[in-house]
Write a protein that binds this ligand. Structure first.
Ligand code: ATR
Length: 280
């Protein structure tokens, strides 16, 4: 039930119809019995500035931001969180009490929160980690891993120059390793993360030989369609603990919900199943 006092937020994207955020945020609004609504906001890239202004004019609490606006929205913010600055992209906008817009990026938070929830015994200090990919998702994850205090990040990307550029732009213990040498560098890795689109439905699988990876390593794939990718299946066959990509999506939504609607929402098994169901 929405009253005249309802708090309103949404997600800006172009297109936005694929976004799972409305289903997710409205689940929490209903679960916590909050007078609020969360709606899709299809924003043509040409209209981004006026749409952002409109958030204030229309009394929105804020919004999430998705492709293709995550970088382009930055100049329209009055303030950026330290992590949004480091990541160079915004996925959460908060209209503050004085009307100033704060841009945040919660992707790295979502990655870490899901890792801690799925593998509570994982600690950043336990050894080297390997990250595959050097796009926007990799950047957010590497910023979070550096902040968590991992001793070494082995970064591997098909286009090596992009990995070098990413490593140079961040201050951290990052070593760029050639694509062809990823298998040979797995022997002491404690956490392996795929941040590329390889393994996603309709894409080819990530070709990797996990023979040298210790059984104690955690393998994390940010792809969530399918939930168990070829990489995760291989890791499970070895006896490694695995982490799928859906929880990262669910956890990254928590800080926005907290800022707009006042509750830090829970990510439960029931929520995972609900988001995966296609009938609602
Ligand atoms: P996102 O912002 O979601 O991370 P992105 O910036 O397009 O998306 O990055 C996609 C990542 O997947 C990149 O690391 C890309 O590698 P390149 O930099 O070499 O393009 C990686 N990727 C996509 N398709 C790939 C493929 N077929 N083989 C290897 N890597 C691939």
């Amino acid at each position: 039930m929405i009253t005249g006092k309802a708090k309103i937020a949404g997600v800006m994207g172009w297109p936005v119809d694929h976004s799972k955020s409305p289903k997710l945020q409205n689940y929490w609004l209903s679960q916590y019995d909050i007078d609020g609504a969360y709606i899709p906001l299809p924003v043509d890239p040409q209209q981004l500035g006026t749409a952002v202004e409109g958030l204030k004019s229309l009394g929105f609490q804020g919004c999430n931001v998705t492709v293709p606006h995550k970088e382009k929205i930055m100049p329209f913010m009055d303030e950026l969180s330290a992590r949004a600055q480091k990541i160079g992209a915004v996925n959460t906008v908060i209209v503050q009490e004085d009307g100033r817009l704060k841009g945040d990026n919660t992707d790295g938070f979502g990655y870490m929160a899901h890792l801690h929830q799925s593998v509570p015994s994982w600690t950043a200090s336990s050894g080297p980690v390997m990250v595959i990919g050097a796009g926007g998702a990799a950047r957010a994850i590497i910023v979070a891993l550096i902040e968590a205090g991992v001793p070494e990040i082995r970064l591997i990307n098909r286009t090596e120059s992009r990995a070098v550029g990413l490593a140079e732009s961040l201050e951290g213990p990052i070593t760029v390793i050639p694509w062809a040498e990823k298998d040979a560098n797995l022997a002491d890795v404690t956490l392996l993360t795929n941040t590329t689109t390889l393994g996603m439905k309709g894409q080819s699988a990530l070709e990797i030989d996990l023979t040298l990876l210790p059984q104690t390593a955690v393998v994390y794939d940010i792809v969530y369609v399918p939930l168990v990718t070829d990489l995760l299946r291989q890791a499970q066959e070895k006896g490694c603990q695995t982490v799928d990509g859906l929880g990262m999506l669910l956890h990254q939504a928590r800080p926005g919900f907290k800022a707009w609607f006042g509750e830090d929402p829970e990510v439960t098994a029931a929520l995972h199943s609900y988001i995966l169901s296609t009938d609602s």
